[in-house]
Design a protein around this ligand. Structure first.
Ligand SMILES: [Zn+2]
Length: 67
């Protein structure tokens, strides 16, 4: 499993990553988008740092403009 680790002075917190607690900011509007990492990496070329996920509205907008 993947998890994120955050350490403060008093405690260390581990949060397991799943399809419900991973988010990124839409590169177009900045809106928070829920990300399913298994989809991002499904094609085998997923790049955790270079990948950005559009929100539904912006994805639709881009598709509508043919890009
Ligand atoms: Zn957006």
């Amino acid at each position: 499993m993947f998890y994120v680790k955050e350490k403060t002075d008093e405690l260390e917190v581990r949060v397991e990553l799943n399809d419900e607690n991973v988010f990124c900011a839409c590169p177009d509007c900045g809106e928070e988008v829920s990300v399913d990492l298994s989809c991002v990496f499904a094609d085998g070329i997923g790049d955790m740092y270079g990948t950005s996920v559009l929100c539904n509205a912006c994805a639709r907008k881009r598709l509508g403009h043919g890009k």
